[in-house]
Design a protein. Sequence first.
Length: 199
Amino acid sequence: MTLTLRIRTAQALNRGRENPSQFGVTTANIEHLVDRIINEGTQDREAVEAARQLLAVARNLRFNYFEEAQNTLQFVQVIPYGSDKATKGLEYFRYAIETLMDDIGDCDCKAILAASLFRLMGLRSVVLISNQEEHAAVAVEGAPDFPGNKYFEWKGARYYFCETTDGSFGFTVGEVPPSVNLDNYTQRIEIEPQLLSAG
């Protein structure tokens, strides 16, 4: 599936200049950084348009809730992986528009993009951070009719792990890679939904 997006280079560069993560990412400020980057980044029309197009695909193909989440995950997975150290020279959390323009990102950049899209599509999600595993991912709130039973419960809801860095599409919504221990993901940053129309 291909989305057609017009990325405003000036806006993406401006987000980069103002990106608070360039001043350092620490265990103490991760939650604030993720929350700010997602809240501000979901105001960019490029992120909104990507979400609108994903919603339109879901509507046109009559996707159920799981298929809608899976399609969004695959859109993020297809973006090539690149470490922040190699692409930015430091640990760096990209805004959604930056990841879309750069067409590259590491685990935290791709998790932020997925959470941004889920938010704009009206899906509640949680950004998961593990300092022990040096990895970030996202989990999307699911419904009881999601296939299988691969979820964890948090704050009274079921959340399904999403491995955003898997470009081979080997991991679907709810599948946890063998290398991941969910108990190590001690930082969980809840992202509230903000439903858009598909039109």
